[in-house]
Design a protein around this ligand. Structure first.
Ligand SMILES: [Zn+2]
Ligand SMILES: [Zn+2]
Ligand SMILES: [Zn+2]
Length: 338
């Protein structure tokens, strides 16, 4: 098998994880590849921000957002990253999961991409943001929503600056105040005096939108309800839209939030590993919680290299399954949060 065939097989495997997930050459590619990764686009992108500004006319912000999604376009949520903060494989680790040929054990950092009725947005912007967007055919991200300010959930934010150029507008960042503070520190170049910056057209344009637990807001044709969760001692957010909820970094769910997690079709729930952890649910804790909340389907995410996809899938009770990168969940737009 030559390098091109290998790349094509890898591409197929990566985009269709459920189909023939064993790929003997994959690990070799992952560690020793000199070929161009299959997920890079074949087309070339404009080289500078000036090119972007000049080639985007008229500004997309002056067009109707709904023009970008036809009425019969899918409204869906994609679990773009199912991995814990260091990802899987872990660099330098030769455990069975990190060496696994099953692509469902290859986990990028946690995040969600949503194709809403009036455009695309993401929940969290982890370090593989750009690659995740390419992998899932994203075209124009119009907003980002944040669960919390840990690095594995925000350090990819700069990858959204492209869209502020395309839209000729600020990208709204929906978050709580502590997350705004972290983003302002980490991305200080995006919030300084633009007139004094040497390359001011290259800086991202963001604006903050405050959200609060339990206060539903509308975003691109979907209703989103922020859900208070506890991630160790840190108050963080999960989100519910219709009958789907995303609760990634969580160790306990307060009573007032449990009422907002009833009658779910799908609960995406963090489960780090088999052993208990001070700031994340472990597998048994996630199972207990799922059995209390009774969603029709629970999908585990934010998983470390302790968890082998197939082993875990075989062990879990009915209705609970491990997630994997690029898993797609259809959304029913008519639904309202409970
Ligand atoms: Zn995390
Ligand atoms: Zn490992
Ligand atoms: Zn976290």
């Amino acid at each position: 098998m030559n390098a091109r065939d290998r790349m094509n097989r890898r591409d197929l495997q990566t985009t269709n994880p459920a189909i023939g997930s064993r790929l003997p050459e994959f690990r070799l590619d992952l560690w020793h590849s000199t070929a161009r990764p299959a997920i890079l686009p074949s087309r070339t992108m404009p080289e500078s921000t000036q090119d972007l500004l000049q080639t985007t006319s008229p500004p997309l912000s002056q067009q109707s957002a709904s023009r970008t999604s036809a009425s019969d376009a899918p409204v869906e949520l994609v679990l773009t990253g199912s991995g814990t903060s260091v990802g899987v494989p872990v660099v330098g680790c030769d455990c069975a999961v990190c060496r696994s040929e099953d692509v469902r054990n290859h986990r990028t950092r946690s995040g969600v991409f949503v194709r809403a009725p009036q455009g695309e947005f993401v929940i969290d912007t982890g370090p593989e943001m750009r690659l995740q967007l390419l992998q899932n055919g994203a075209s124009l991200i119009r907003a980002a929503v944040f669960t919390h300010g840990h690095a594995d959930h925000i350090v990819g934010l700069d990858d959204l600056r492209l869209f502020s150029f395309r839209l000729d507008d600020e990208i709204p960042l929906f978050c709580e105040e502590p997350v705004e503070e972290t983003i302002r520190q980490m991305f200080s170049y995006a919030f300084g005096d633009r007139s004094t910056l040497a390359h001011r057209f290259a800086t991202p344009r963001f604006r903050f939108e405050r959200i609060k637990p339990g206060q539903t807001f509308e975003l691109l044709g979907l209703s989103l309800t922020p859900l208070r969760l506890h991630h160790g001692d840190l108050p963080v957010l999960g989100f519910r839209t219709g009958n789907v909820a995303f609760c990634t970094d969580v160790s306990t769910i307060p009573t007032e939030t449990r009422g907002l997690l009833q009658d779910l079709d799908v609960l995406i729930l963090g489960a780090l590993r088999y052993k208990p952890h001070p700031t994340h649910l472990h597998v048994d804790g996630a199972i207990r919680l799922a059995q209390q909340l009774k969603p029709r389907r629970t999908i585990l995410t934010h998983m470390a290299h302790d968890l082998d996809y197939q082993t875990l899938a075989d062990e879990l009770p009915d209705g609970i399954e491990p997630g994997y990168d690029n898993l797609v969940i259809q959304l029913r737009t008519g639904d309202r949060p409970a």
